[in-house]
Design a binder for this molecule. Structure first.
Ligand code: FA5
Length: 328
């Protein structure tokens, strides 16, 4: 026959089980103990078996039992997740920002060159990096015996195919495909088996310029390059043209810029070659050299970048050390 001790045993048993219950077993515990067909309900149903003098005490204890188990259940539910556990993620912690890359300094500079020369009316042209000897040499008035063709100074793929050694190849490709007037720049990679040092690499970038029209003069070339240098380096830069020689320009010159170094020193630094397009080159592509004149230039992009940003060694630009690259 049911008695008051039974209620105490039920209570101990239920609370002991509840302490062990995890996650989705919690609801099963509630149904077993507090559900409509659960143990507490069954214990209450036994009230009529209790002798009349103990009934009110039994009823009170049974109610207390129900209350106690209900509160214990709610308390447990608050601490036990009913969601399946995976790796614990604390969503309140600050996130880990992923590193966002950006364009390489050379790529940024090419965009800047396109923009500066674009303002002067130049459009941008591109040519292949694998070239034939016609575009790298013949059409540029470089005869078969010229030392610039030496095997040791070029990356030949076959006797007549090579990695281009200068962007001047694009001058020829553009003039072959359109009639004058022409006003283009051609930025791109070039390859030479030069010994690598602080200012030389076997792969580097040049920007070629070509302007052919009626009445183009050396004064236009000088003005164009001076204006470009002022736009790129700043209005205080001083430039000069120094006589030189290239087979495809006559007269030819080197473009130098005067740099003021931090230690007070000043020095002329060569950026590239330039000159008036040789009439032989114009004739070879079918332009009337009696009617048209033109100027051309080819500047080393690494050289100008190194000067502008104070980069002491060209190799830094190609080693791809993120600590260096992220400064720009
Ligand atoms: C030329 O390549 C001519 N095609 C330039 C030219 C174009 C002249 C149009 C006239 C008319 P040069 O070999 O001097 O010229 O190279 C031009 C520039 O490229 C150099 O002044 C230098 O800034 C850069 N340069 C040359 N060799 C290297 C190298 N190994 N590494 C990095 N930059 C270089």
């Amino acid at each position: 026959m049911a008695n008051l001790d039974d209620l105490q045993k039920l209570r101990d048993q239920a609370l002991a089980q509840l302490a062990e219950v995890r996650d989705d077993a919690l609801e099963a515990w509630r149904i077993a103990w507090l559900g409509a067909k659960g143990a507490v309900k069954a214990a209450m149903g036994k009230l009529k078996e209790i002798p009349p003098e103990h009934r009110s005490e039994y009823g009170k204890l049974a109610n207390d039992l129900k209350q106690a188990l209900s509160s214990a259940f709610e308390a447990r539910k608050a601490t036990v997740s009913t969601v399946k556990r995976g790796p614990v993620t604390d969503v309140t912690l600050p996130g880990e920002a992923s590193r966002i890359g950006h364009q390489h300094l050379i790529t940024q500079t090419v965009a800047e060159l396109n923009e500066i020369f674009g303002r002067m009316g130049f459009s941008t042209a591109y040519g292949p990096e694998v070239e034939d000897e016609r575009h790298n040499f013949n059409a540029l008035n470089i005869p078969p015996s010229h030392p610039a063709r030496d095997e040791l100074d070029n990356f030949y793929i076959s006797p007549s195919v090579m990695l281009r050694s200068q962007t001047s190849t694009v001058q020829i490709r553009v003039m072959e495909s359109q009639s004058p007037p022409v006003r283009i720049i051609a930025p791109g990679r070039v390859y030479r088996p030069d010994t690598v040092d602080a200012t030389h690499s076997f792969m580097f970038h040049q920007v070629e310029g070509l302007y052919v029209d009626e009445g183009v003069t050396m004064a236009d070339l000088k003005t164009c390059l001076d204006q470009f240098c002022k736009a790129y380096f700043g209005p205080d830069i001083t430039t000069r043209l120094r006589p030189s020689f290239f087979p495809f320009t006559e007269p030819s010159a080197e473009l130098d810029v005067l740099f003021h170094f931090d230690d007070g020193r000043k020095a002329w630094v060569e950026l590239g070659g330039c000159g008036m397009v040789d009439p032989n080159v114009l004739d070879d592509v079918g332009y009337d050299s009696e009617k048209y004149t033109g100027f051309a230039f080819g500047l080393g992009i690494e050289r100008m970048v190194m000067r502008k940003y104070g980069i002491p060694d060209i190799r830094l630009l190609f080693e791809n050390d993120v600590r260096f690259l992220q400064q720009f």
